[in-house]
Ligand binder design. Structure first.
Ligand code: GDP
Length: 450
C-alpha cells in the first residue's frame, strides 16, 4: 500500500427507524471531511475539543441535510488509533444516508464490514481475540453472553493465552537444560514434572474450550418439553412463557410440530421447545413430528419430561422413562387432580410437582431449571468464538498427546516440537502471526459500521 490511507465512513447504527443514527468516519481526512460536511451552530464552537457540538450537516452549496451533532477525536486517542469523527443525526434511513452520501462525495470511502475494528487491530489497539469479542458483544443475547464477551474484550482470553504460552516456554527451557546438561539435570524428574504441568494446562484449556458452553453463550440453552400426548406439555409451555403460544387441545397427538420460543432466565437465553407427543404412530405427518421431536430431545441441553400425576404410568411413559439421562428433569403435572401415579417407580431425577393449568409450581420449575443451566458454567474467561475454540481444542489435544508420550517413557526433547506447535496455536488466538486470509475471514463476519 502506498501513500495515505483511505478515510472510511459508514452508518454505525442499526438500519430501521430510531431516534438517532450515527455516521462514523475514520482516517487521516476525518477532520477535514467533518469540517466540510458539518457547520456548528455557534461559529466559535471548537470542533477539535472532543465535545459534542450542535449544528447542521450540510449538502452542497450550504443546503442543510439535517440538524445534527458532531464530535471529533484526533489520532491516536481513538478505537482505530486514527482520527475519528462521528455525526449523530436523526434516525431512520433518509438523514443518515444523505449525510453518508455527502461524506463519500467529500472523499471518504464506504467502509467494509468490520473495517473500523480491523483498523483497530492493524494499528495495535486490539488483538484478534478482542476484535472477535467486539462482534460477540454486539450480538450478545442475555446477560451471561454479554459478560463473557466483555471479559474477552477486556483481554481475559488474551491474558490466559499469553500466560499459557509463558508456561510452555518455561517448560521448554527446562527441557533444553536437561538436554544441554545431562549430568546436572535429572531428565526423568524434568519429564515427570513437565508431564504433570502439561496435564494441568490441558485441563485448563479444555475447561475454557467447552463447545457446549460456548454454544449456550452464543445461542442460548435449548430446553425441550417432552412426554406422551395429553400430559400437558403445551399447557406447561404456555405457563412457562405465560403466553398462549401453543394451541391447547384435548385430542391426543394434535401438537404435531416443534414450537419454540426464546426467553431469558437468570441472564441466560433459553430456547424452549414443545415437541409433538413422542409415541408410535401410524399417521405420516405425525410420524414426521415424532422424528423431529426425537432429534430435538437428543440435541437439547435440558429435557423436561412431563408426566400426568392423575394417571398411572402408561407403557409410553415407561418407554420414555427408560431413555432418560442426566439432562432430564421431571415435571409431574396435574397435581390439582387426585394422584394416581406411583412415584416410587420413577427414576431418581429432580422432580417438581406442578399444575400447568393454573401455573402453580411453575415458578419452582423455573428456579430448578435456572440452577441447572447455571451449573458447570463458571465465570472465568472462555473461548466462545468458533475459530478460537478450534485452536484451543487442538492445543489441548496436542498437550494431552505430549503428556501421554512422556508417560510412555519418551524423553522430553521428543515432545518439545509439539509443545512449540501448541505455542503457535495459542498465539493464533490473539493473532500475533495471523495470515491475511484469516484476518479477512474474521472481519467479513462483522456488520458494516463496526
Ligand atoms: P400435550 O398434548 O402434552 O401438549 O397436553 P396439553 O397441554 O394439550 O394438555 C392436555 C389436556 O390436559 C388439556 O385438556 C389441558 O387443559 C389439560 N391439562 C394440562 N395441564 C393440566 C393441569 O395441570 N391440570 C389439569 N387438571 N389439567 C391439565
Amino acid at each position: 500500500m502506498s501513500g495515505e490511507r483511505d478515510t472510511i465512513a459508514a452508518i454505525s447504527t442499526a438500519p430501521g427507524a430510531g431516534g438517532i443514527a450515527i455516521v462514523r468516519l475514520s482516517g487521516p481526512r476525518a477532520e477535514a471531511i467533518l469540517r466540510a460536511a458539518f457547520r456548528p451552530a455557534n461559529d466559535k464552537a471548537d470542533l477539535s475539543g472532543r465535545r459534542l457540538t450542535y449544528g447542521a450537516a450540510g449538502g452542497e452549496e450550504g443546503a442543510a441535510i439535517d440538524e445534527a451533532m458532531a464530535v471529533l477525536v484526533r489520532a491516536p486517542y481513538t478505537f482505530t488509533r486514527e482520527g475519528v469523527a462521528e455525526i449523530p443525526c436523526h434516525g431512520g434511513s433518509a438523514c443518515a444516508s444523505a449525510v453518508l452520501r455527502r461524506v463519500l462525495l467529500l472523499g471518504a470511502r464506504a467502509a467494509e464490514p468490520g473495517e473500523f475494528t480491523r483498523r483497530a487491530y492493524e494499528n495495535g489497539r486490539v488483538d484478534l481475540s478482542r476484535a472477535e469479542a467486539v462482534m460477540q458483544l454486539v450480538g450478545a443475547q442475555g446477560e451471561a453472553a454479554r459478560r463473557a464477551a466483555l471479559r474477552q474484550m477486556r483481554g481475559g482470553v488474551a491474558s490466559f493465552v499469553e500466560g499459557a504460552v509463558q508456561r510452555l516456554t518455561d517448560m521448554l527451557s527446562r527441557i533444553q537444560a536437561a538436554v544441554d546438561f545431562p549430568e546436572e539435570v535429572d531428565e526423568a524428574a524434568v519429564a515427570a514434572q513437565v508431564r504433570a504441568e502439561l496435564e494441568e494446562l490441558a485441563g485448563q484449556i479444555e475447561r475454557r474450550a467447552d463447545p457446549k458452553r460456548a454454544r449456550m453463550l452464543r445461542e442460548g440453552a435449548s430446553v425441550v418439553l417432552c412426554g406422551r400426548p395429553n400430559v400437558g406439555k403445551s399447557s406447561l409451555m404456555n405457563a412457562l412463557l405465560s403466553a398462549e403460544r401453543a394451541i391447547v387441545t384435548d385430542i391426543p397427538g394434535t401438537t404435531r410440530d416443534v414450537l419454540s420460543e426464546r426467553f431469558t432466565l437468570g441472564g441466560k437465553v433459553v430456547r424452549l421447545s414443545d415437541t409433538a407427543g413422542i409415541r408410535a404412530s401410524g399417521d405420516a405427518i405425525e410420524r414426521m413430528g415424532v422424528e423431529r421431536a426425537r432429534s430435538e430431545v437428543e440435541a437439547a441441553d435440558v429435557a423436561l419430561l412431563v408426566l400426568d400425576m392423575s394417571q398411572p404410568l402408561t407403557d409410553e411413559d415407561r418407554a420414555l422413562l427408560a431413555k432418560v439421562d442426566e439432562r432430564y428433569l421431571l415435571c409431574l403435572n396435574k397435581r390439582d387432580l387426585p394422584e394416581a401415579l406411583d412415584e416410587a417407580a420413577l427414576p431418581d431425577l429432580p422432580a417438581v410437582r406442578l399444575c400447568a393449568r393454573t401455573g402453580e409450581g411453575v415458578e419452582g420449575r423455573l428456579a430448578r431449571l435456572e440452577e441447572r443451566l447455571g451449573a458447570g458454567g463458571g465465570e472465568e474467561e472462555c473461548f466462545t468464538v468458533e475459530r478460537q475454540l478450534r485452536l484451543a481444542r487442538e492445543a489441548a489435544a496436542t498437550l494431552r498427546g505430549c503428556a501421554q508420550a512422556l508417560g510412555d517413557g519418551f524423553s522430553p526433547d521428543v515432545v518439545a516440537p509439539d509443545m512449540l506447535r501448541v505455542c503457535e496455536l495459542l498465539d493464533n488466538v490473539t493473532g500475533r502471526d495471523a495470515s491475511e486470509e484469516v484476518i479477512s475471514a474474521i472481519f467479513a463476519n462483522f456488520c458494516v459500521g463496526k
